[in-house]
Design a protein around this ligand. Structure first.
Ligand SMILES: [Zn+2]
Length: 462
């Protein structure tokens, strides 16, 4: 990697940040022209990539690049034949590198230190919405490819770049890209998307940064709770009207958290942190198998984040009752936003919710539900390859698998690939992580440079 690659990536990212590619759930809520301008800017920023690869639009505004592989092992005369598979490192099949270029709204723009769509470079950081989530990843993938192409490099296997335009609204572009690859018989050996990062201060007492790689993600489920009542005037209320019944159901949910267990992936994470943790924890983590029950119990009480690692969680997010201050509610409704633990199911979760509420007059309706993802292995060739590349860019980091609490586009690829990983090669401290979806999102130039190095290493080793 040359420092010029870092500078080029920073310049490209500054331009990409300047487009207001804010995704929205409401029809007409997105600024089409900004998305088109973003797409129009890419060939000028990455001319080598556009000259060397097939680029197509998927589902409207998502992009799918195909970089044809040239097999290394065959005789020179075979080198012109496009490869559909590579065999380096025991991996069979192409690789898919993912990112998304839509962003969440900037919120109160006046509250930002530098304007959110300025791409301001202050010499150490590049500022703006999307620098970490997730235009930064798109920029370093393309910058790494551009730098390698300038050297005349071609990968040993087909490599795809799949860039989404509606990840933040859980849109369908990634599903369309996965379906397109499936239709063409493409079975990737590796899919890499956003998710984990190189986190400083992630674990109490552990001074070394942790490269946390998402090997699975929880399911996301919205369930509407609905109660009905004849309604009428508020001066003559019935016992247990619609709102009281709904409130009782919510209280029961609150009082009956879902059962806890420590997933194997989390146990593995503790084992890997173990040697680097301060003394009492070091001993506990080395014996995680025998101490599973007390550790699980402890996780449930340490705080919201560790609690969410051990169980399906339910948050009541919206409430609706009567429209008038003196009118009884004919219907009352609440939305339960549920994150389904890996290993459990949407149907099983709704069933348990019914048992917890134990009131047939509370109607439950699944608004939208995604099953938790399968778990990718934290061993084997794809995992080892990632570990090696992380080591090149962040030699001091502890590499560990983890289960993501949020969702990513990559869950759409679990049907065509067993090795789906969620990781951005960027160092993020606590403040950086807090700036995602908030004000003052920014990425350090050092992290950008290491990100380019990570993808250059990965593309060379594939
Ligand atoms: Zn994202």
């Amino acid at each position: 990697m040359h420092s010029t690659d870092t500078a080029a990536a920073a310049d490209a990212l500054a331009t990409l940040v300047s487009y207001r590619t804010v995704s929205s759930r409401s029809p007409g809520g997105t600024d089409e022209a900004e998305f088109e301008a973003f797409l129009a800017a890419l060939p000028g920023l990455f001319p080598g990539v556009y000259a060397a690869m097939d680029v197509e639009r998927v589902n409207g505004r998502a992009l799918l690049f195909r970089w044809a592989g040239v097999p290394r092992t065959s005789s020179p005369t075979d080198n012109t034949a496009p490869a559909t598979t590579g065999t380096a490192g025991g991996l069979e099949g192409p690789a898919v590198l993912m990112a998304h270029y839509d962003v969440v709204p900037a919120g109160d723009e006046a509250a930002w230190t530098h304007p959110p769509f300025s791409g301001h470079n202050d010499g150490t950081h590049l500022w703006g919405r999307g620098t970490l989530d997730d235009k930064g990843q798109l920029a370093v993938i393309l910058s790494a490819a551009e730098a390698l192409l300038a050297e005349g490099f071609a990968p040993a296997r087909d490599v795809y770049f799949s860039f989404g335009d509606n990840e933040e609204t859980a849109g369908d572009s990634a599903a369309a890209a996965a379906a397109l690859l499936a239709e063409r018989g493409v079975r990737p050996a590796l899919v890499l998307d956003e998710g984990g990062a190189v986190a400083g201060g992630a674990f109490p007492g552990v001074t070394r940064p942790a490269a946390v790689v998402g090997v699975a993600e929880k399911g996301i489920l919205d369930v509407e709770l609905l109660t009905r009542d004849p309604g009428g005037h508020a001066s003559t209320p019935p016992r247990m009207g619609a709102t009281a019944r709904l409130a009782r159901a919510i209280t029961r949910i609150e009082n009956h958290p879902f059962p806890q267990h420590l997933p194997d992936v989390t146990a593995e994470m503790l084992r890997r942190f173990g040697p680097h943790a301060p003394l009492p924890l070091r001993l506990a983590f080395a014996r995680v198998e025998r101490l599973r029950r007390p550790l699980t119990w402890l996780f449930g009480r340490l705080g919201g984040e560790t609690n969410a690692m051990t169980r399906t969680t339910v948050a009541i997010t919206t409430l609706r009752g009567s429209a008038g201050a003196n009118v009884l509610a004919a219907t009352a409704a609440a939305n339960a936003n549920i994150r389904v633990a890996v290993g459990e199911t949407v149907a099983g979760t709704v069933e348990r919710l019914r048992r917890i509420i134990r009131d047939p007059k509370v109607e439950l309706r699944v608004v939208e539900g995604n099953e938790p993802s399968p778990v990718s292995a934290s061993y084997g060739p794809a995992w080892e390859l990632l570990t090696e590349c992380i080591g090149t860019a962040y030699p001091e980091a502890i590499v560990t698998p983890y289960i993501m609490m949020g969702g990513t586009d990559s869950r759409r690829f679990t049907g065509i690939c067993e090795a789906v990983y969620r990781f951005a090669p960027f160092a993020m401290d606590r403040a950086d992580r807090a700036s995602i979806h908030a004000v003052d999102e920014k990425i350090s130039l050092d992290a950008l440079g290491r990100g380019v190095r990570f993808y250059e290493t990965l593309l060379r080793k594939l």
